[in-house]
Ligand binder design. Structure first.
Ligand code: ZN
Length: 151
């Protein structure tokens, strides 16, 4: 029934376990427990964490390991201001505020003035990146990144 042969049943997927994937862009990914796999993507010479979705852009073919706590299973760990390094958060407009076409605005989490630049940048989850790199390095290089997932 499945052209890829034996696949890991979605009911058997375990949050935090790392799987070899047949996916659009990821060779390996850690299952996030809610239908997503996070792995290392290469694009234009850059390597960064990206997510693909069970049954839509990725299927697991083999369990290869586990990501241990306390590493968080997310691509980024919030946002900081490039000017002062203060943590930032995106807030939706509240009633009465003028929306200027955007859904909301960036603010400093501590509600302070910060440096005033309010220039947010996402903080990469380096711990997860390095933990997943181990699987990439240990793999056969058998990246199946261009494999299409059947509808
Ligand atoms: Zn700032």
């Amino acid at each position: 029934m499945d052209i890829y042969g034996v696949l890991v049943d979605r009911l058997a997927l375990v949050r935090g376990d790392v799987y070899r994937l047949r996916s659009r862009n990821l060779a390996y990914g850690v299952y996030d427990g809610t239908g997503g796999f996070i792995g290392i993507r290469e694009k234009f010479g850059l390597r960064y964490l990206d997510r693909e979705y069970l049954g839509r852009t990725a299927v697991a073919t083999e369990r290869v390991g586990k990501i241990e706590e306390p590493i968080e299973l997310v691509e980024t760990l919030g946002s900081v201001c490039t000017g002062c390094g203060e943590g930032m958060d995106y807030r939706a407009w509240e009633a009465g505020e003028v929306g200027n076409g955007y859904l909301g605005r960036w603010v400093y989490i501590d509600e302070g003035e910060g440096c005033g630049e309010l220039n947010a940048i996402a903080v990469a989850n380096e711990a997860l990146f390095h933990a997943l790199e181990v699987f990439e390095d240990a793999g056969s290089g058998g990246v199946e990144a261009s494999t299409k997932i059947p509808a």
